[in-house]
Each structure stands twice: as structure tokens, then as C-alpha cells.
Write a protein that binds this ligand. Structure first.
Ligand SMILES: Cc1cc2nc3c(=O)[nH]c(=O)nc-3n(C[C@H](O)[C@H](O)[C@H](O)COP(=O)(O)OP(=O)(O)OC[C@H]3O[C@@H](n4cnc5c(N)ncnc54)[C@H](O)[C@@H]3O)c2cc1C
Ligand SMILES: *[C@@H]1O[C@H](CO)[C@@H](O)[C@H](O)[C@H]1NC(C)=O
Ligand SMILES: *[C@@H]1O[C@H](CO)[C@@H](O)[C@H](O)[C@H]1NC(C)=O
Ligand SMILES: *[C@@H]1O[C@H](CO)[C@@H](O)[C@H](O)[C@H]1NC(C)=O
Length: 721
């Protein structure tokens, strides 16, 4: 008992220390450097996660089942590999973190690394008197395993280190084990006719150059952000005759510049180089930050907004969403973006998934794609569409905007909206790393920065409405994966998501009428995703899983969240993300996850891993695995543990500048204008009043399309145009 109390008090003290760390102000620390002791700690973590295995472990590793045999010499070399001995890796890791993480996160990391060099604190964290880097590999492994199953800061430390190290290692350009695990690196068709014959597909854009002394410009409308919302509204307003400027903080990459390698692509195309996380690391977030925003790197799944959600919004006073007019918006959007199911070809992973659903009599269906009739069998499309098939904003709306005279600036971060007498009159921005100044005066400002940045921009601009940043919905998602060692799956070939199951969102829910369940879809496991979506369990287990990368069928369980988190800004005006999954949502996602486990079992998976550090992989042994009592207890354990502390991520951020009919509960009115400031609109995922339960791109585009119509109608009525 006494030990327990001491332990709790220590945790309390450490937590206080961490809270202090999180809130302490940050001086300029870039370039980020580490001292020798900090580097030792980082190396010790690296050498625990990717550890030199002993002879017994290597014997087990050699027994890893794969349909295409792997050269035993290569397996031994992989087994012996110790990441802590790779000086170049540590250098690469530091450089990469330097490039993608904000100073605040880097400074926190430095401090955490220092804690491990202070003996008494290191003792509290590890239970050993010697510093972490002096422990044997087995001791370090046990420490990390304990953290992975513990609560609060320990689990958060585990998630942080396992993510940054394993992700960077498996994504990196000089990862020497691609061939061992059978990963081809970039798509082998990268320079084939599929590319050369389609090379002219990407539109070319002229970007306004901003000179060192800065620039001032004048437009009718400034659109901040070029993603799903920004692209559509820029196109529609430009077509209606407005002089439009689109500002994007990311950059445009032509197809010929897309390397389809992991690290390079993710650093260039994703928000915070793919390393974005919520405070306390409760959630990992992916979002596009490039010309075209999320639509440039997304999975091409193109659902319309379901009727139940339309009716829900209408019942809250947003009658528009059940009108024919909104139908027309959705039709116009799906038409322009070439949405259909006609050209779908199911790849191996989708086929296995469908097979599992069929055996269980679960719902499954084809997932519509925005590929304008192309088969689009390209799992590398999350790194940009090299073959010019996916009809994202860059291929469609931004091109329409360009053809109607819109202008563009890239690599340009909007700091704030200029406001005079409660009216938006333009924006202030900086361009490039040398921060050249751009001021744009305009009659209207449209904020389309996505659900993380739009509320941050409004807050930086001085908006006081307390709903700004509230209602952050994330569609919390979990990966589970089934291994089929006798089927070569290579989940990164073929269509990313060509099928899905609504078993939990729709079919069960129809009887219960709530629609807060989960959808089940698929995912391409490139090594960096494969290494980080299912938790690391041990040095041996990690290497076994990676050897079987080509034999995994990864399912993505995407929940419709009823309860929300929030965005606020730190002292530098940068967004901070707060999200803890509620018990209600956790329970529902858990049920979706269990359906996913059943699908994999029914499809014949030889083992199933879920995002729970607490649970080992489930290995069916009975002739009828669905009747296996071990499956029942596995599922019971999943229910018991719940998803609260597991590996959860989000690619769908929504709701932080909510649309509503009442200014006390929303940020923008039913026509997309902020309640607080005239001529200031928001048009992106952040205006969605609630979570959707379907992949959001088409809904976002349709809402932006509608807001463009409202602006045009209102201006015509008042004679402003
Ligand atoms: C890996 C992945 C896969 C996905 N797959 C699918 C899918 O298959 N189907 C689907 O429907 N949805 C999918 N999504 C989600 C979908 O892409 C997003 O929901 C959608 O793009 C969001 O649209 P948006 O307009 O709100 O913001 P975004 O498309 O994210 O655009 C916002 C843009 O604003 C820019 N910006 C932000 N702040 C500033 C600033 N201050 N100054 C200048 N520019 C700024 C950003 O760089 C970004 O480019 C996926 C997302 C991810 C990450
Ligand atoms: C391994 O694959 C990555 C792509 O993710 C690539 O950048 C790298 O060059 C490959 N490494 C080798 C040695 O082929
Ligand atoms: C792209 O190239 C392929 C291979 O040459 C060709 O079959 C296909 O029609 C092209 N795609 C489109 C959309 O034109
Ligand atoms: C979601 O959770 C709530 C509360 O636990 C429950 O009432 C509802 O039926 C759940 N939905 C599903 C699909 O189980």
C-alpha cells in the first residue's frame, strides 16, 4: 500500500513537471541540437525498438512464415541489426525532426531526453538506478513494454518515441531493409507508360512571386487554403466574375516532381511532415498541406452526405441541407470530380475483405472513387497522384479557377485577417522561409485552412466568438491487421479503398437509430505505416511483423464521433489540438473494431493484431475459428480495455468553425459568413456542424459549393456585383 502511495505521488510530481514543460515559453532553438547525453538516450530508444536479437530470437525470426521465402542470410542480418549503432540514422532523425516539428515540440523533446540523464528522475521513469542508456537491451525492452501498457505520461512517452523512431527509420531514403521485407520502394511503374502517357494531365499554374521587399495586392476575394473547400469556392467565385486570389502555405508539385518515396513525400505534402499529434499524444493526425490540400494526398473515397446526417442538421435549424438545392450541389461536385464506382477493380486486400464480409453476411459495398473513370490502382497515391488520375482540387477546381482568371500564391502562410470596423478588408501573410511580407486587400476573405488551421487563423485575427475552435470532430480511426502468410497481398498495390462495410454505422444502427457506429475500410501499409499503426510489442515481434508486411490485410475502423475536442492557440498563435475520445465513442468504435476482427477471422487470417499494447495477437487454431473460445475471450478483452488509450489516428478533421442558426452555438451563419465579422466567410471541413460518419471530401466540397452560391446570390440581391 505504502509503495503504491509513494508511486502515485511520484507520478503526480512527474506529471506536474511535464505540465510545466508543456507550458514553458520557447526561445528560438532552431536548428535543434542535442548534447552527447541526449543523443545517447535517443540511441538507446532506437536500439530497443529495432534491437539486436539474440540467437534464440533469431531462430524464431527465421521461422516467420511468408509465401515467397526470404533468404535466411537476409533474415539473420535483419535480426542482428541494431539501430542504436547507426550514427547516420540518428543524424537523419534529428535533421528530420528539425525540419518538421515546431520549436515548441523540439524543446519539449530535448527536455524529456534530459530527464533520462538525471539519475533520480530516470529512476522514477524506469525503475533502474543506472541511466536508461546503460541498461541492457532486455531491461530497456521491459521498461518500454511497461510504458506501453501504462497510463498517462508513460504511455505518451512510449507513443512519442516509438512513432518518431520507427516511422523515420522505415520511411527513410536509406532504409536498407526494403528488399528484405519485399517492399519495392517507390511504385515500380513510376516511369512506365502509365506515367509518360499521362504526363500532361497535371495543370500548370503560375504563382505570383513575392520580392524580398514584400508586395501589396488588391483582389475582390482572397481564399486562404487550396484544399477541398478552398478549391471549390475559388472556382465558383472566379467563374462568377470575381477577381480571386488563392493563398496556400504548402507548395505545388507537378507529377514529375512526385518521388513516391515515403519520407520525402510525407515531409513535402503533409501537415507537420506527418508528425502532427494532439496534446498528450492521444491522437495522431494526418492532413495534407500542399497545393490542393488533403485532396492531393487522400484515398479518393467519394461518398455523398448520408440522409440521416442531412436530416439531423435540418432538425437543428439548417433546413438547407434537406433541400433539392443541396442535392444539386452534391451532384455538381461529384460530376466535376468524376466520381463513380464503374472502373473499380478490387485488389487482393479488398477481395479478402469482401470474402470475410460475405461469410458473415455483413454489409459490404463498392466505395465510389473520384478518378474520372480511371481504374486507379495505385496505393502510392497517398504521396500524390503521379499518374494524374485522382480528380482532387488541383486537377479540377483550381484549374477552373485558373481558367477564369484566378491568381495563386504558394509557400505563403496567412498570419491574420485584416479587420476594420468589424469588416474583413484583406489578409497579412509571409512568404517562404525568409518571411517576405505579403499584404492583400480584398472585399471578402474566405478562410479554407482546414479544421485545424481555420480556427487558429480566426483566433489570431482577434475573433472573440467562444465557439471558434470548439466542436473538433476527428472520426477516430484504428488500424487492425490480419496476416495471411500464404497469400501475397502487398496492400500498397492496387486501389487504396475500393470497398467498405457499414455494418456498425448503418446496418446495426438502423434498428437503434443513432448512427454513431464505425465504418470499416482498408488501408495501404507502406512500411512506415505498417511499423506505427500497430504498436511495437518487442524487438522480436516488431521484426516478425515487418517481415510479414506483404501478407497483411489492414482494416481501418473509422468511427463517427458524437463528442468533440477543441483547438486553441499557443503563445505563437499556432494551433494546439485537444482531443480525448469519449466513453460513448470509444464503446462504439470498439464494436466496429470487433466486427473488423470477425471479418478478418472469417476471411481466414492466421493472426490478428489490434492497436492495443495490452493484447497479444490473436492466433486462431480451431477448424472453425469463428467458434474458437479464444476468439470470444480476445473480443471480451477488447471490450474490457476499450479504445481510450490505444493507437488512434485521424485523417478527417471537422467542425471547429461550426455552421449554425444561432451565434451562441456556432461560428458561421447558415450562409457561411462569420457571425462576428462582415465579409469574412469560412468554407471547409470546419463549418460542418457535426461528424459525418462518411469520408468527408465530397461533403466539404458540396458545402463550399453552396456557400459560393450564397455569396453570389447575396451580392446579386444587394447589387454588390
Ligand atoms: C491520408 C488521408 C487520406 C484521406 N482520404 C480521404 C478519402 O479517401 N476520402 C475523403 O472523402 N476524405 C479523405 N481524407 C480527408 C480529406 O482529404 C479532408 O477531409 C479534406 O481535404 C479537408 O478539406 P479542407 O478544405 O477542410 O482542408 P484541406 O484540404 O486540408 O486544405 C486546407 C489547406 O489550407 C492550407 N493552410 C492552412 N493554414 C493556412 C494558412 N494559415 N495560410 C495558408 N494556407 C493555409 C493547408 O496547407 C491546406 O493545404 C483523407 C485525408 C488524409 C490526410
Ligand atoms: C526504400 O524505400 C524508400 C521509399 O519509401 C526509398 O526512399 C528508398 O530509397 C528505398 N531504399 C533503398 C535502399 O532502396
Ligand atoms: C494513362 O496511360 C495509360 C497507359 O498508357 C493509358 O491506358 C490510359 O488511358 C491513360 N489514362 C488516361 C486517363 O488517359
Ligand atoms: C453507441 O453507444 C451508445 C452508448 O453506449 C449506444 O447506445 C449505441 O447503441 C451505440 N451504437 C452502437 C452502434 O452500438
Amino acid at each position: 500500500m505504502l509503495v503504491y502511495i509513494i508511486f502515485l505521488s511520484l507520478i503526480f510530481l512527474i506529471s506536474i513537471y511535464f505540465l510545466k514543460l508543456l507550458n514553458s515559453p520557447v526561445k528560438k532553438i532552431k536548428p535543434w541540437r542535442l548534447n552527447n547525453y541526449q543523443i545517447k538516450v535517443l540511441k538507446a530508444f532506437s536500439g530497443t525498438l529495432l534491437a539486436e536479437l539474440n540467437d534464440v530470437e533469431i531462430e524464431s525470426l527465421l521461422k516467420t512464415k511468408t509465401k515467397i521465402p526470404i533468404d535466411p542470410e537476409k533474415i539473420r542480418e535483419f535480426g542482428k541489426f541494431d539501430l542504436s549503432k547507426q550514427d547516420e540514422f540518428i543524424e537523419l532523425l534529428i535533421n528530420n525532426l528539425n525540419m518538421v516539428l515546431p520549436e515548441k515540440s523540439l524543446s519539449q523533446l530535448s527536455k524529456i531526453l534530459t530527464l533520462f540523464t538525471i539519475r533520480p528522475i530516470s529512476f522514477l521513469l524506469t525503475g533502474h538506478m543506472s541511466p536508461f542508456y546503460e541498461l541492457s537491451r532486455k531491461d530497456r525492452e521491459i521498461v518500454m513494454q511497461k510504458w506501453s501498457k501504462s497510463y498517462s505520461i508513460f504511455r505518451s512517452l512510449f507513443k512519442t518515441f516509438s512513432r518518431i523512431i520507427l516511422y523515420t527509420f522505415w520511411a527513410s531514403e536509406n532504409c536498407i531493409f526494403n528488399s528484405t521485407i519485399g517492399y519495392p520502394g517507390p511504385d515500380p511503374r513510376i516511369n512506365s507508360r502509365l506515367y509518360t502517357d499521362n504526363l500532361s494531365k497535371f495543370p500548370i499554374y503560375d504563382f505570383i512571386q513575392v520580392p524580398p521587399e514584400g508586395l501589396e495586392l488588391q483582389f475582390d476575394v482572397v481564399v486562404v487554403g487550396s484544399g477541398a473547400g478552398g478549391g471549390v469556392i475559388a472556382a465558383q467565385l472566379a467563374k462568377a466574375g470575381y477577381k480571386v486570389l488563392v493563398i496556400e502555405k504548402g507548395k505545388y508539385y507537378h507529377q514529375s516532381e512526385l518521388t513516391l518515396t515515403q519520407l520525402d513525400s510525407i515531409v513535402k505534402l503533409y501537415e507537420q511532415g506527418g508528425m502532427l499529434a494532439s496534446e498528450g499524444n492521444t491522437m495522431r493526425l494526418l492532413a495534407g498541406s500542399t497545393f490542393g490540400g488533403g485532396t492531393t494526398i487522400n484515398g479518393a473515397v467519394s461518398f455523398k452526405l448520408p440522409n440521416v446526417v442531412r436530416e439531423e442538421w435540418a432538425s437543428e435549424g439548417l433546413d438547407y441541407f434537406t433541400t433539392k438545392e443541396f442535392d444539386n450541389s452534391m451532384d455538381a461536385v461529384t460530376e466535376r470530380m468524376g466520381v463513380s464506382t464503374k472502373a473499380i477493380v478490387h485488389d487482393e486486400k479488398n477481395k479478402i475483405f469482401i470474402e470475410g464480409c460475405k461469410r458473415l453476411n455483413y454489409h459490404y459495398a463498392d466505395a465510389p472513387q473520384n478518378t474520372a473513370g480511371a481504374e486507379h490502382q495505385c496505393g502510392w497515391c497517398l504521396f500524390g497522384c503521379r499518374y494524374g488520375e485522382k480528380q482532387g482540387s488541383l486537377m479540377t477546381w483550381l484549374k477552373d479557377a485558373r481558367d477564369s482568371g484566378a491568381k495563386f500564391v504558394q509557400d505563403c502562410y496567412v498570419k491574420k485577417v485584416l479587420i476594420k470596423n468589424k469588416k474583413a478588408v484583406g489578409v497579412e501573410a509571409i512568404v517562404g522561409s525568409d518571411e517576405r511580407k505579403l499584404i492583400v486587400y480584398s472585399k471578402k476573405v474566405i478562410v479554407s485552412c482546414g479544421s485545424i488551421h481555420s480556427p487558429a487563423l480566426l483566433k489570431r485575427s482577434g475573433l472573440k466568438n467562444k465557439n471558434v475552435g470548439k466542436n473538433l470532430f476527428l472520426h477516430p480511426g484504428m488500424c487492425i491487421s490480419g496476416t495471411f502468410p500464404d497469400k501475397e497481398i502487398k496492400s500498397y498495390y492496387g486501389t487504396i479503398v475500393s470497398s467498405y462495410s457499414d455494418i456498425y454505422y448503418d446496418v446495426f444502427e438502423k434498428t437503434r437509430g443513432q448512427h454513431y457506429g464505425a465504418k470499416i475500410q482498408l488501408a495501404p501499409l507502406h512500411p512506415s505505416y505498417g511499423a506505427t499503426t500497430i504498436p511495437w510489442r518487442s524487438g522480436l515481434n516488431h521484426k516478425q511483423r515487418m517481415l510479414q508486411l506483404n501478407y497483411h490485410v489492414p482494416l481501418l475502423i473509422i468511427g463517427r464521433d458524437k463528442y468533440s475536442g477543441s483547438i486553441d492557440v499557443d503563445g505563437d498563435g499556432k494551433p494546439r489540438i485537444h482531443y480525448t475520445i469519449s466513453n460513448y465513442d470509444s464503446r462504439n468504435i470498439t464494436e466496429g473494431l470487433i466486427s473488423g476482427v470477425n471479418i478478418l477471422v472469417a476471411a481466414g487470417a492466421k493472426s490478428i493484431a489490434v492497436g492495443f499494447s495490452e493484447l497479444d495477437e490473436f492466433v486462431p487454431t480451431e477448424d472453425d475459428p469463428l467458434q474458437d473460445p479464444k476468439l470470444k475471450s480476445f473480443i471480451e478483452n477488447i471490450r474490457k480495455i476499450g479504445t481510450k488509450n490505444c493507437y488512434i489516428g485521424s485523417g478527417h478533421q471537422m467542425g471547429t468553425c461550426r455552421m449554425g442558426k444561432d451565434s451562441s452555438t456556432s461560428v458561421v451563419n447558415p450562409r457561411g459568413k462569420t457571425w462576428e465579422i462582415d465579409n469574412l466567410y469560412v468554407a471547409d471541413a470546419s463549418v460542418l456542424p457535426s461528424s459525418l460518419g462518411v469520408n468527408p471530401m465530397i461533403t466539404i466540397c458540396s458545402v463550399a459549393y453552396s456557400i459560393a452560391n450564397f455569396i453570389i446570390q447575396d451580392d446579386q440581391r444587394t447589387g454588390n456585383i
